[in-house]
Ligand binder design. Structure first.
Ligand SMILES: [Zn+2]
Length: 322
């Protein structure tokens, strides 16, 4: 596995909030786990604001995100990277893929793709059927001959791709069958999440990605992009999500689990930290700081199944005021 960072290198993780809604207890747990994983071994933490999706991001929430992280007792090294402030690294990566013949222009609308492709079983994502593959060599040619705006797709080979997760082991994903050729730049010019993550993980020197298990299938798409761009891939740790008693993952619109709301109610952040630690198999006092958990932290102790946030647990947290 020559692509992987050697085990002797110090751990570098990232906190990557997206200002599309208020951060909640599920995010708090994932961010704490990422931070503990780095800080418990003397590693570094970088902060990245993932705000490239102009339709969904609310710039006024960035400050709230930062206050939430500070409230939890998390810190980071260096200034935050705000993706929208400089998109030239993503532009260069797209140009490189196009020049290498690994990507192509696509002029299809979402509605056209939806009409051509049944959603993949158990997945709401549409599979792109490859309509524009091989049609044009440049964006300009695609625009002038179609009379439409053009995006860029990364060509994905057929067949399974093995992805190793440090908590769960190996799993095969067939990216072509699941989503088809991966969008790296949208027709409105916005760079896609998958591309931006890969570029930023590389330029920020990320060795370990700790994030929610809903993103495991994304790791396969990212691995293919990393190979195409000549980047090393990080170690992936996909931590199980926090769900409610009905088994639904916590939603950003749900106020009672929002960190900003808990802060406003003067909840003691140390109770939230202790809940996140104890529910992740880490020894913790009933109230403790993030720093106090570092001494005996081991990410491998994290349970592999979803964490249910019961109404009683939530009530207990909300009552743990200062
Ligand atoms: Zn197309």
């Amino acid at each position: 596995m020559s692509e992987r960072a050697p085990p002797s290198s110090p751990v570098v993780t990232r906190l990557a909030p997206s200002p599309t809604g208020l951060l909640h207890l599920g995010h708090a747990r994932s961010f704490l786990l990422a931070w503990w994983h780095a800080r418990s071994s003397g590693g570094r933490v970088v902060l990245r604001i993932e705000d490239l999706d102009r339709e969904r991001c609310k710039p006024e929430l960035v400050d709230t995100c930062l206050r939430d992280l500070e409230w939890l007792g998390l810190d980071w090294d260096g200034p935050p990277v705000v993706q929208s402030r400089d998109t030239s690294p993503y532009e260069r990566a797209c140009a490189e893929l196009l020049a290498a013949g690994l990507a192509y222009s696509c002029v299809c609308t979402r509605a056209e793709i939806a009409a051509l492709s049944a959603p993949h079983a158990g997945d709401s994502e549409q599979r792109y059927p490859g309509t524009c593959r091989g049609k044009w060599t440049t964006l300009e040619a695609a625009r002038s001959s179609s009379g439409r705006a053009a995006g860029i797709r990364f060509e994905v080979a057929n067949g399974p791709q093995l992805v190793r997760d440090e908590l769960h082991g190996e799993r095969a994903f067939d990216v072509q069958r699941e989503v088809g050729d991966v969008l790296v730049q949208r027709r409105d010019g916005a760079f896609a999440y998958q591309l931006a993550v890969v570029v930023d993980d590389s330029r920020q020197g990320i060795t370990d990605v700790v994030r929610g298990s809903d993103l495991w299938s994304s790791a396969a798409r990212q691995l293919l992009l990393q190979r195409a761009l000549g980047f090393a891939h990080p170690r992936w740790w996909h931590v199980p999500l926090v769900v409610d008693e009905g088994g639904e993952r916590l939603a950003k619109r749900r106020g009672d689990v929002a960190l900003a709301e808990l802060r406003a109610q003067r909840v003691d952040a140390r109770a939230v930290v202790a809940w996140a630690a104890a529910s992740s198999g880490q020894p913790a006092e009933p109230r403790c700081t993030a720093r106090e958990v570092c001494a005996r932290f081991d990410l491998r102790a994290c349970p592999r199944t979803a964490l249910v946030l019961s109404a009683a647990t939530l009530a207990g947290l909300r009552a743990a005021t200062q």
